[in-house]
Design a binder for this molecule. Structure first.
Ligand code: AMP
Length: 290
């Protein structure tokens, strides 16, 4: 019988650094997939891409407290390390880095800004879309990603386009802070019915899930309207928004330049059409680049 790899779980910084330097001595190319766990086929696609391009793949699983607001679902966020390990083993991931909270934020008992150096992405990348309602969210994301990059020191890091604003902010941080990591963008993966995969989907009831399908339908409609020649962004957004289920609490349904996040009035190349909604208290995001 063929031996199956069991992914090793490392929970502290000293041990992961030791493993990484051993790989580096052998000149192995290291691929890194940062996640918050509750792995689904979206995460799997990132891991598969990393396996194709790298000798060693490290997946981090860390529910990053500092990217959640006080009224958000940090405590409720799904944690399922053992089943995540099974997925990683099946995909041939060498290491899961799953640090404890104290390992990553030993000083976080006090106010974060007072006790901790944070990465603050530029305002123009943060003052819209998810950044508008999730104050400090992207400071938390950029800070943890920089810490993870400094700990894991990967050659390549894999991120999903499902979180388009996050991906742009990470690329901007890399450029501005001269980090020697190659970012690989991976396509957003959807369920067969069109719903974008998310760790939060498991909280949807059958009824809420049906309502949620209107999100990808509205995005598709925006694409169709563009393809049929309509160029006014506001007309495209309002006409495709009609497809959204009336029970959805729409946080935003907007379009920006997909590279700079600057506002756009007319469709052109590379427009990010993005949406965030709450359905029965569960927040979902999705987007298309048109
Ligand atoms: P998360 O665990 O939600 O923080 O996501 C970890 C990584 O997986 C991020 O780079 C996400 O963009 C990516 N990801 C999450 N959902 C999807 C999806 N449906 N398709 C592709 N990538 C995804």
């Amino acid at each position: 019988m063929k031996d199956t790899l069991i992914t090793k779980i490392i929970d502290n910084i000293a041990d992961i650094r030791r493993e990484v330097s051993r790989f580096k001595e052998k000149k192995a190319k290291i691929g890194f997939v940062p996640t918050m766990g509750a792995l689904h086929i979206g995460h799997e696609s990132l891991i598969k891409q990393a396996k194709k391009e790298c000798d060693i793949v490290i997946v981090s699983i860390f529910v990053n407290s500092i990217q959640f607001g006080p009224a958000e679902d940090f405590d409720k966020y799904p944690r399922q390390l053992e089943s995540d390990r099974e997925i990683c083993s099946k995909l041939g991931v060498e290491i899961i880095f799953a640090p404890a909270q104290e390992e990553m934020y030993p000083h976080s008992g006090n106010s974060l800004e007072e006790s901790f150096t944070m990465v603050v992405p530029p305002l123009t990348y943060q003052d819209k879309l998810c950044g508008k309602s999730r104050k400090d969210h992207f400071n938390g994301v950029a800070t943890v990603v920089l810490k993870l990059f400094n700990i894991v020191t990967p050659d390549n890091a894999y991120f999903g386009k499902k979180d388009a604003q996050q991906l742009l902010i990470i690329k901007k941080m890399l450029k501005d802070l001269n980090l020697p990591v190659q970012i690989v963008d991976c396509p957003a993966i959807r369920e067969p019915d069109g719903l974008a995969c998310s760790s939060r989907n498991k909280y949807l009831t059958e009824e809420s899930r049906k309502k949620a399908l209107s999100i990808s339908k509205a995005l598709k409609k925006a694409e169709e309207l563009h393809n049929s020649g309509l160029s006014s962004v506001s007309s495209i957004i309002s006409r495709s928004g009609e497809l959204l289920h009336p029970d959805l609490e729409i946080e935003y349904f907007e379009a920006y330049n997909a590279d700079t996040l600057m506002p756009v009035e007319k469709m052109g190349e590379n427009v990010l059409v993005a949406i965030a909604v709450k359905i029965d208290g569960i927040r979902l995001i999705d987007n298309l680049i048109i």
